[in-house]
Structure formats: structure tokens, C-alpha cells
Ligand binder design. Structure first.
Ligand code: MG
Length: 455
């Protein structure tokens, strides 16, 4: 049983993820991280309390005291872990629908565990746990004020005056997630006028699903138009991501926002770290200033590992991340942070309208499709079909994670997800028709292979 995917443990509650598993993961993590104290936090999901209790129980059973910090964004837990020098357990399924939950593990440096460390926890899971005696089990305490100190750290890290002087109105959609409890106050403290939608914390996510994709953000686009806001900001369930709507109420593609932020950050000799689904827009930004691009498998742990390796080799990585709104500014913290990312984007909006800030990066089209599978045979046949397509094409093929077929002016990537039973197909080109055609060709081949297994 391999229970850690690319972003920790994730599953449908009661089906593929149980409290019993959370106890085991917490026991193994407590033992591997050799902690005598750890923090446990959650997002707003209905099942959050149940998994917090399970994780706390697992930690206590191996002799680890527990700080229960309540409902906070993942980056707020990371900030707490760093300042207290304790590891952390984050109960969240990030952008997944309400029936999911999961666990992310954070080291005592406030950084998500690397895939190597997750591997050690995974190995430990399958070993016999040595439990603490009755007089050595851990004790739990409730810790208040974690959200407030997180907001204070954020405020100290951004150019508050620049944003405040611009007198910006922000429309915010935290999607009923953990950011509902931190981002409204943070943005107001930055000097913005803040209008909100879907801003009550609610783990049933009545207003929209936690994934801040274009199809889920109709409420936010309407709010931007209705309030004449300068920018719309949306988070995922644990608020480590930020997506944007411009002042006209139009969706800003994640890749365009990432490119605008990267262009403001990157200089010659810097390195941009991203995953194999990186947009050509980012490659263009790096080329223009003479920076290099380093690609990793998809998943934040791989990006973190690459940033650390580059830093150890003396390279500077001022910005990294993916086009889903999950962006690292390693000079601030080695963590994705939706509120910090929003603040950095507001610094751009302080100078020019959001639509103008992203206009130079708006000239590509992305399409993406998810193809589900129901068995390991289906998955294998689908991956084999992608390999055949790669072998037969005249593209440059990158197999860092799945198959990325690069045609110079356009690319298509197909890979099995690390968190869900789907094969994802992504394509990008300057013309929408070309991106769609590239995607459709792979999708057809993969669905044919799947149908072959189902027959
Ligand atoms: Mg997230």
C-alpha cells in the first residue's frame, strides 16, 4: 500500500481515507520526525475535526504533545511551525471536493516534507509502531492567535504603502475555505476596500467547489463587476493558492498571472523553477531576461526539492511554482501562500490595471482534460497509449513526469494525477484551435485504449 501521493495523503472520507489511517500516519510521522511536540491544524472541511482528533491521538500515542491551532490556511500552519520549530500536520484536501480530506506534513522548518522524508514516513507506516507507555503519552493544548500572527507576518513582508496609496478595491472569494478567516482582514489591513463572496467558513462548500478554476468563479466575476473592483482574488480550500479576475470582470489565466509575477521578479542569471506543465509564457519571460528554467515533476514537494538543490549550488530562485495559482517566493518563505501571492499581485495592480498587467502574457491558449480510470489495467493501457503517441510523434519528448511532447510552438502533456484516479491531458498553443487539436488527438488515443480494456 502506497498511501502518500505527490501532495501527501488524500482520499474520499470513509472510502479511501479513514481516521484509522490518519492515526497511523500521525504515529509514523511523529516517530520519523522524532518530535516531542507537533502542531495540528485543519481547513474548513466537515470532517476536519474528526481527522484532527485522529492525528492528535496518533501523535500522543508515540509520546508527542500536540498544539491544536484550529482552522488556518496551510501557510499559516507553516509559519507557526517555523516560529515554534515544531513539525505540523495539516488536515486538508486543498482544492478537492467536500467529500475528500487529506493530510499534509510540515517539517519543523515550516516547509512541506520532501518526497524523501515522505518516503521515510511511508516505510515507517508499515513497520511496527513502538508506542509510548501510559505515563509518557503526549498531551494536547489549544493554541489561540495563530491566524492573527500569520496576518502580522504577512503585513510585515509586503509593500503595504505601495498598495495602500493606490486605493484599491478587491473582490475576494475564499470559497468557504480557511482563507475566509484570514484574507479579508489581511487585505483590509493592506489598505484595500474589501468586498467578499463565499466568505463564510463552511466545509460543505455551498457556494462553489474549493478548486478556484474559471468555471467555479462566476460569483467572483459578478462581484468584481457589481462593485467596480480593481481585482478579484480567489483561494482554494487551504488558501495556499490565489487566482485572479481583472478589473473588467474577466478571468485571468493562472499562467498569465504567474508570468506577470515572475516578470517582476526574475533577473539575468536567476533560475525559475516550475513543473513539466509549465506554460510557454513563463519560458518566454525567462528567455527575455536571460534567466534559466528548471522543470520538475508536478507537485509542490518536487519544486521545493529543486529550489533547495539550486540554492545549495549557489543559484538564485526568486520565484517558482505552477500555473494553478500555487506560487513560491523563496525570498519570503519556502511555501505557497495565497494571501502573499495576492498581495504581490496587488503591488502590480497599484501601478496599472490588472488587465494591462497580464496583457503581455495573454497570447496563448491552454486546454486541459481529465480522463478517469477505474482500474489499474485501465490506467496502464492509457499510459501505454500516451507512450505510443510520444514514440510516433516528431516532438521533443520530456519524461520528467508523464510525457511532455514539445513541438517548439506548442506542447501537449499527458500524465496520471498524483491525487485522483485520472489521467490529465494539457495542451498549449498560440491558436486555440491548435491547442484543442493537440489535446483531442491524445485524448482520443487514451480513451480508445481505455475502451479496449473495458470491452
Ligand atoms: Mg491548496
Amino acid at each position: 500500500m502506497e498511501i502518500f501521493g505527490s501532495s501527501g495523503v488524500r482520499g474520499i472520507v470513509g472510502e479511501t481515507l479513514t481516521p484509522g489511517e490518519a492515526v497511523q500516519v500521525a504515529q509514523a510521522a511523529g516517530a520519523v520526525l522524532d518530535a516531542d511536540r507537533a502542531a495540528v491544524a485543519r481547513d474548513t472541511r466537515r470532517t476536519g475535526d474528526m481527522f484532527v482528533d485522529a492525528a492528535a491521538s496518533g501523535l500522543a500515542s508515540v509520546g508527542c504533545d500536540v498544539d491544536k491551532v484550529g482552522i488556518v490556511p496551510t501557510p499559516a500552519l507553516q509559519a507557526y511551525c517555523e516560529s515554534e520549530a515544531v513539525p505540523g500536520v495539516m488536515v486538508t484536501a486543498s482544492h478537492n471536493p467536500p467529500e475528500f480530506n487529506g493530510i499534509k506534513l510540515v517539517g519543523s522548518d515550516g516547509v512541506e516534507l520532501t518526497s524523501d522524508d515522505l518516503g521515510r514516513v511511508e516505510t515507517r507506516l508499515h513497520a511496527d509502531q513502538s508506542l509510548a507507555g501510559w505515563d509518557e503519552t503526549g498531551e494536547s493544548r489549544r493554541v489561540e492567535g495563530v491566524r492573527r500572527s500569520y496576518r502580522e507576518q504577512l503585513l510585515a513582508a509586503v509593500d503595504r504603502e505601495r498598495v495602500a496609496d493606490a486605493d484599491v478595491t478587491v473582490a475576494l472569494d475564499p470559497g468557504h475555505g480557511a482563507g475566509a478567516l484570514t484574507s479579508p482582514e489581511f487585505l483590509a489591513a493592506l489598505g484595500c476596500t474589501v468586498k467578499t463572496v463565499n466568505a463564510q467558513p463552511d466545509g460543505r462548500f455551498p457556494g462553489r467547489n474549493p478548486e478556484p478554476v474559471e468555471s467555479a468563479l462566476g460569483d467572483l466575476r459578478a462581484l468584481v463587476r457589481a462593485t467596480d473592483a480593481d481585482l478579484g482574488v480567489a483561494h482554494d480550500g487551504d488558501a495556499d493558492r490565489a487566482m485572479f479576475v481583472d478589473e473588467t470582470g474577466s478571468h485571468v489565466e493562472g499562467a498569465a498571472a504567474f508570468a506577470a509575477l515572475a516578470a517582476a521578479e526574475l533577473g539575468a542569471d536567476d533560475t525559475l523553477v516550475s513543473a513539466v506543465n509549465v506554460s510557454q509564457r513563463l519560458v518566454d519571460v525567462a528567455d527575455r531576461v536571460g534567466a534559466s528554467v528548471e522543470l520538475t515533476p508536478i507537485g509542490s514537494t518536487y519544486i521545493i526539492t529543486a529550489i533547495r538543490e539550486l540554492a545549495a549550488a549557489g543559484e538564485t530562485v526568486p520565484v517558482a511554482g505552477e500555473s494553478n495559482g500555487g506560487i513560491f517566493f523563496p525570498g519570503y518563505r519556502l511555501a505557497r501562500d495565497g494571501a502573499y501571492t495576492a498581495a504581490r499581485f496587488l503591488e502590480l495592480v497599484a501601478e496599472r490595471p490588472a488587465s494591462e498587467a497580464v496583457a503581455p502574457y495573454d497570447d496563448y491558449h491552454n486546454v486541459r482534460e481529465n480522463l478517469t480510470y477505474e482500474s489499474e489495467q485501465e490506467r496502464a493501457a492509457m499510459v501505454e497509449a500516451v507512450q505510443t503517441e510520444a514514440d510516433e510523434s516528431d516532438a521533443v519528448v520530456d519524461t520528467t513526469d508523464g510525457y511532455r511532447l514539445d513541438f517548439g510552438d506548442a506542447w501537449v502533456l499527458a500524465r496520471p494525477s498524483g491525487t485522483e484516479p485520472v489521467v490529465r491531458v494539457y495542451a498549449e498553443a498560440r491558436e486555440e484551435s491548435r491547442a484543442s487539436a493537440l489535446c483531442a488527438r491524445v485524448v482520443e488515443r487514451v480513451t480508445d485504449a481505455r475502451a479496449g480494456v473495458r470491452r
